[in-house]
Design a protein around this ligand. Structure first.
Ligand code: NAD
Length: 344
């Protein structure tokens, strides 16, 4: 039992406080020196040299997948693509003919290169799942090993382990239909292509990911707020994707030591978004109502966030939905609503 008197304790506490203050002051002087040194000599880079990234969902140079490929390449990663089989031929032809050369330029003037482009259809896990009409479809002819498990096997054979896995794809055949008019087939198809595909990719690629690796997917605000026009079960698919991100972060974190996050992106005029039919209105709406309204969202802002999230700088971030949308998700009212005066 301690026999220290109250007075002694007070003196001891006083001394302890003094020594903490001394340590703090020494630390803060040291810290100031460190900060000065950092400001003058160093930067905090996103360095992905030596890392291998597999990105599913790139078929032109307009979408988020391309921008993520570019940011990862800029950070030094080797990028491998999985491109939807029906879109592969035209993508490869355009690529070969130099149609994307301008958007392939990296900051040092060199052109982004892909280590390999695999045909892929994220809706099928193995060949046993593929129905006859798809197997015999003209748009699939001449391609093989494009189901998720086969692509993972090929990537492992060709490249060994990978570090980064990106899911930048979605599809909902009945997206233009309100939920009240969506068929069971359309709804389940949207979930299969847009959310289960993310689970399937992690199931098959997880075992070939290095510890410390990271996965990213792309989601949209319609998962949690009503966006009329984003129908066909696509809002449900994005809600599932975000919930799955949390559960997969736990399971894949414990199993393989990898991180799982999703980026909730603002509106972008990609090919997929144009097919939905009201993307220009959504971009205008964001420009009018988002906290940052100087310019529309640039896909590379999502690419750069993905590069950060996949880098060791984000080593403690997992299970998160990260908004890259000029802040639109924060708004509770539309500033251009006729029923409220403009207070901006
Ligand atoms: P995009 O057209 O560039 O990308 C969609 C890709 O999905 C295409 O390359 C397409 O070929 C591929 N794809 C479709 N079905 C596939 C399948 N079964 N297997 C493999 N690939 C398949 O369009 P984007 O807008 O950049 O979309 C990328 C992601 O971003 C999607 O998840 C989308 O929902 C999300 N997102 C887009 C917006 C937007 O406004 N554009 C906003 C938030 C989130």
């Amino acid at each position: 039992m301690s026999t220290t008197s109250f007075a002694q304790k007070t003196i001891l506490r006083g001394n302890a406080l003094k020594s903490i203050k001394n340590v703090k002051s020494a630390r803060s002087q040291g810290a100031a020196r460190v900060v000065r040194t950092m400001a003058s000599n160093t930067t905090l880079p996103i360095d992905l040299k030596g890392k291998k990234a597999f990105i599913a969902g790139v078929a032109d140079d307009n979408g988020f997948g391309w921008a993520i490929a570019k940011a990862l390449s800029q950070a030094g990663a080797d990028v491998i693509l999985g491109t939807w089989v029906p879109a592969l031929n035209i993508f490869e032809t355009s690529y070969r003919r130099g149609k994307f050369d301008e958007s392939r330029k990296l900051s040092d003037g060199s052109l982004m290169e892909f280590a390999k482009i695999y045909p892929m259809d994220a809706v099928f896990d193995t060949m046993d799942d593929v129905p006859e009409d798809v197997k015999t479809n003209k748009r699939y002819a001449g391609n093989e090993k494009w189901t998720v498990s086969e692509v993972a096997e090929c990537v492992e054979k060709d490249f060994g382990k990978i570090d980064i896995l990106v899911h930048s794809l979605a599809n909902g055949r009945e997206v233009a239909k309100p939920l009240l008019e969506t068929s069971r087939e359309g709804y389940l198809g949207a979930i299969s292509a847009s959310s289960y595909s993310n689970i399937a990719m992690l199931q098959k690629f997880g075992p070939l990911m290095n510890k410390g690796g990271a996965c990213i997917s792309l989601t949209y605000l319609a998962s949690e707020r009503i966006i009329p026009g984003y129908g066909g079960g696509m809002s449900s698919a994005k809600a599932a994707l975000e919930s799955d991100t949390r559960v997969l972060a736990f399971e894949a974190g414990r199993k393989w030591g990898i991180r799982v996050n999703t980026i909730s992106a603002g509106p972008l005029g990609s090919r997929a978004a144009k097919a939905i039919g009201f993307i220009d209105d959504m971009i205008n709406y964001s420009m009018t109502n988002a906290p940052l309204s100087e310019k529309p969202l640039d896909a590379i802002e999502v690419g750069n966030t993905a590069a950060f999230l996949c880098s060791p700088l984000a080593s403690a971030i997992t299970g998160s939905t990260v908004y890259v949308d000029n802040g639109l998700n924060c708004m509770g009212v539309a500033t251009d609503s006729k029923s409220i005066p403009d207070r901006s």
